[in-house]
Design a protein around this ligand. Structure first.
Ligand code: GDP
Ligand code: IMO
Ligand code: MG
Length: 427
């Protein structure tokens, strides 16, 4: 395997973790490059189910270095809890490294996220309330805290003298929330320093250099999805980081020349959690059927996911903005008992009649968009034990071939169930 980015090609929850877990067998270094504990990644191995939020799923394999990169935001308590849960399940976290440049989600970030979501009416994003947006806001505004700040008392003290007066003014006057004393934050930071101490990779440059020079295989694990990207997604209904493949460079510290393959992950249908436009959304019993059969409830928040038919406008857009070299299609088994399966090939503006083949990025026109569908016959049989392409029923093959045609890149992996072995590798 060459150095590969695995990126969600929809609105998240595409089954990225399952695909990362598969590819991790061939990787030496696995890097999470953006996002935080808003992510919910599930990996099923035998009769065990592992849930990840921050830690790369590659941790399930001993001896692989797992690195949480500079582009991530880390809530220390969640990080600690996730490690404890893994250790309880017999997984070693010795090979876990955290970039000293990663940003820290502080308690006030979570409070501000909660406040914004609870008080917003029309502009509600439907965030995970994990403090993601406010942490990235502070990072970009240049008054965030990074993990390396925890290990220099003087630097931290100087930083807090700059950050806290501003932060407290904002917390009190803008949000009407409680303020924090320097002592409180300093004590918290001491606890955070202890949490991260075994994992901080102050030698991250050596780790990256060594990987480069010795030709190690690097797997970049995306969180969220292309349509939730802060720059290319359905803004403002997005997350605050760059899940697109380009984000892998910024968030890991490797340059673009290191990346050879970009695998997009798409479900055979599409889902979304939270607010925002979703042209192929099904609010009827078909959508309900997909949700029930596909167990489409959020890993992080438990919210029911909105479900809809496969959207090739989204897939083509993802192919462009992430430079996908192939696509992995997951959860096609969810359609085993569907007589008819639809695919959206374009959007139509119901007012003007205009047809869109490219994704219209101005979300405010989406209320006028309707999907243009084509219909496919289902296969009406259980495909969860299919081991190769030839074992797939003809109608499933036809459906996949048509998707390939529509998004103009090959399908490299077909997933027919949550388990590792329920996978058909094509290329
Ligand atoms: P991620 O956030 O992209 O990693 O995806 P999630 O883990 O949030 O959601 C995907 C869910 O679908 C998980 O519960 C997986 O175990 C499950 N899953 C992954 N691939 C398949 C598949 O091919 N078929 C079925 N039925 N479930 C799958
Ligand atoms: P994984 O990695 C699906 C969504 C939220 C909300 C928007 C902004 O499991 O695919 P945030 O808390 O990030 O500020 O919320 O993004 N969202 C996700 N949806 N899967 C995820 O992660 C998500 N992470 C964030 O529901 O709409
Ligand atoms: Mg998920």
């Amino acid at each position: 395997m060459q150095n590969t980015v695995v990126v969600g090609a929809q609105w998240g929850d595409e089954g990225k973790a399952k695909i990362t877990d598969l590819l991790a067998t061939k990787a030496d270094l696995i890097i999470r490059y953006q996002g935080g504990c808003n992510a919910g990644h599930t990996v099923v191995v035998g009769d065990k189910t592992y849930k990840f939020h921050l830690i790369p799923s590659g941790i399930l394999y001993e001896g692989k270095t797992c690195f949480i990169g500079a582009g991530t935001v880390i809530h220390p308590e969640t990080f600690e809890r996730e490690i404890q849960d893994l250790v309880k399940q017999g997984i070693s976290t010795k090979a876990l490294k955290v970039s000293p440049l990663a940003s820290i989600t502080m308690p006030y970030h979570i409070e501000v996220d909660g406040y914004s979501e609870n008080t917003a009416k029309k502009g509600k994003i439907g965030t995970t309330k994990k403090g993601i947006g406010p942490t990235y806001t502070d990072k970009i505004a240049r008054y965030g805290l990074k993990i390396e700040d925890l290990y220099s008392k003087e630097a931290l003290s100087e930083k807090l003298d700059i950050i806290l007066p501003l932060k407290n003014k904002q917390l009190k006057e803008v949000f009407g929330l409680k303020t924090y004393s320097k002592e409180e934050i300093t004590t918290l930071c001491e606890q955070y320093a202890d949490i991260f101490r075994p994992y901080v990779a102050f030698d991250w440059q050596d780790i990256l250099n060594e990987a480069k020079k010795s030709g190690k295989t690097v797997l970049f694990e995306g969180a969220q999805g292309i349509m939730l990207d802060i720059d290319y997604g359905t803004y403002p209904f997005v997350t605050s980081s760059n899940p697109i493949a380009g984000g892998a460079c910024i968030g890991s510290g490797f340059g673009p020349t290191m990346i050879k393959e970009v695998i997009g992950v798409s479900k055979a249908y599409i889902t979304r959690v939270g607010e925002g436009p979703f042209v192929t959304e099904l609010t009827d019993e078909i959508g309900e059927g997909i949700r029930n059969v596909g167990h489409e409830f959020g890993t992080t928040t438990g919210r029911p996911r909105r479900c809809g038919w496969f959207d090739s406008v989204v897939a083509r857009y993802g192919m462009l903005v992430s430079g996908l070299t192939s696509m992995a299609i997951t959860k096609i088994d969810v359609f085993d008992n569907f007589e008819e399966i639809k695919v959206c090939t374009a959007y139509k503006n119901s007012k003007t009649g205009e047809i869109y083949k490219n994704y219209p990025t101005n979300v405010f026109i989406h209320k006028d968009l309707v999907p243009v569908y084509e219909s496919h016959k289902g296969w009406m049989s259980d495909i969860t034990n299919c081991k190769n392409w030839d074992e797939l029923p003809q109608n499933a093959q036809k459906y996949l071939k048509r998707l390939e045609e529509l998004f103009e890149i090959p399908i490299s992996i077909v997933s027919v169930g949550p388990k590792r072995e329920q996978t058909i590798i094509l290329k």
